[in-house]
Design a protein around this ligand. Sequence first.
Ligand SMILES: Nc1ncnc2c1ncn2[C@@H]1O[C@H](COP(=O)(O)OP(=O)(O)OP(=O)(O)O)[C@@H](O)[C@H]1O
Length: 603
Amino acid sequence: MLKKSINQSKTRQNLPQSTPPLRRLINYGQNYRTQIWQATVCSILNKIFDLAPPALIGAAVDVVVQKENSLIGKLGVTDVFGQLVILSILSFIIWGLESVFEYAYARLWRNLAQTIQHELRLDAYEHLQSLELAYFEDNSTGGLMSILSDDINQLERFLDVGANEILQVSASVLIIGAIFFISTPSVAWMAMLPMPFIIWGSFAFQRRLAPRYANVREKVSLMNGQLANNLTGITTIKSFTAEAYEAQRIAAQSDAYRQSNRHAIALSAAFVPLIRTFILFGFTSIMLYGGMEVVAGNLAVGTYSMLVFITQRLLWPLTRLGETMDLYQRAMASTTRVMNLLDTPIAMHSGDISLPINQVQGELVFENVSFAYQGREPVIQNLSLQIPAGKTVAIVGATGSGKSTLVKLLLRLYEIEDGAISLDNIDIRQLQLTDLRRAIGLVSQDVFLFHGTVKENIAYGSFEATLPEIIAAAEIAEAHEFISKLPQGYDTIVGERGQKLSGGQQQRLALARAILKNPPILILDEATSAVDNETEAAIVRSLEKITQNRTTIAIAHRLSTIRNSDCIYVMDRGKLVEWGTHDELLVRDGIYGMLWRVQSGLK
Ligand SMILES: Nc1ncnc2c1ncn2[C@@H]1O[C@H](COP(=O)(O)OP(=O)(O)OP(=O)(O)O)[C@@H](O)[C@H]1O
């Protein structure tokens, strides 16, 4: 299924963002052309059979008034009862077919709506996952959530009923218009008179409603952003007793949403009454003029009653156009947002060179690397560093000096501006992204645990791992003991973001996760900062075994944990200022020497 949707997104062409949303949607839906045609045919056939009863009523009146001279009578059945029997049989057939096609179109449209919303959500999610981190920094989680859920649901609602409604109203107008012009050309123009006004009115409404609904979607997104942020930060809200303040902020966002909806409702509610006025004009004209024509003997009674019925069938459904238009406009506002997401270009492209994990040696070279976050001062400047395969190096330096940024550049979470980073002499931009990232195990400063069990969280990324392997990794990370004491051991649920565990416990699970991944390159970014000194010492001891013959980069503020590294690099404001072993750096007596003295209490 995943593969299918990837292929589907490949077959559609990217249209410019200025393209009308409906065209963008049709372009997206080209893979469903067959289903759309089938559903369209069923909708139209259903409408045709739905329009037949007025003709039957007209024929029945014709039979009882004209008797053997009726239309059916002229076909050869002179007996009135026989004529009525024929009409009854016809009614059965017509109503039966109408029901069959109603079932068919409802099933087809509704399933199509489900399929398109499912595929669109998957496509949008997969695309979102491929976007670079900077995109997520510029867009709120809540806002993106509202695109993936609300906006896509809005589209589903329109496809569910709206598309059929538009088709059937159009079919009614065409069929009934044709009947009118064929049967009674003299009064046909009267029934058609309101049409140009209705069409003009609909377009005028659409134009004015579109920006109002775009505004509604924008406000929903802002409100969801705020809600998601507050739910994530609920502990902070409580600890700062900011509940009233936050409730007020949500009230303001919710009110802005309400106001934007009011603005849209003010216009959309006026649509139906306005259309009704036009319709009334057409309906009463037919009734008056047609009636007078019957009295004058220019029009048959049967034709007259059919005309009155059919005018009503033609014009009244147009009042429903208001609701459909509403659904349509909302859906188009949502389509624009979903399509904009789908058309956001992927800035980070994978290279072509494959480097299977079992062939990685682990030699890393940074060569004159420079980097700045978007719109910020440079964070890394002209930095060069070489890590031989299998060695352990440490990076230390003041907070904000760019250590974590270096790791993000190595993982290609951001693209460097200048210079080059290579793994085993291959520029990482030429490597397949998945191969590069599979080769690296990262325990980052901010641990993220998923809602699920301890076991699942350790095995995240190593989905095939067996329980003994998971336990072995947990033992190295000094996590086995506390896990065993949890109520359900390895099956204990950790809660969203791991909130049912302490900071140190979360960190050890993340460490176990990286150890289980068994990558040729291991990066420990403050991996033990949240555990006590004793546990940290135990972890460092067990890590010493597993970091042998594995390229390891350790970032740490507590220098005692990295003193045995093969080389220690000291960073200061984006540059490497000192490097060497622990002893060499102490002799040098620079920044490292000073930091060491402070931490070991010598000064
Ligand atoms: N996503 C980002 N967008 C903009 N600026 C950023 C971003 N991430 C980090 N920075 C900035 O880049 C600089 C380096 O950050 P980095 O996280 O690399 O420092 P660090 O040395 O790892 O610090 P610490 O020891 O506190 O973890 C900081 O000034 C920070 O404000």
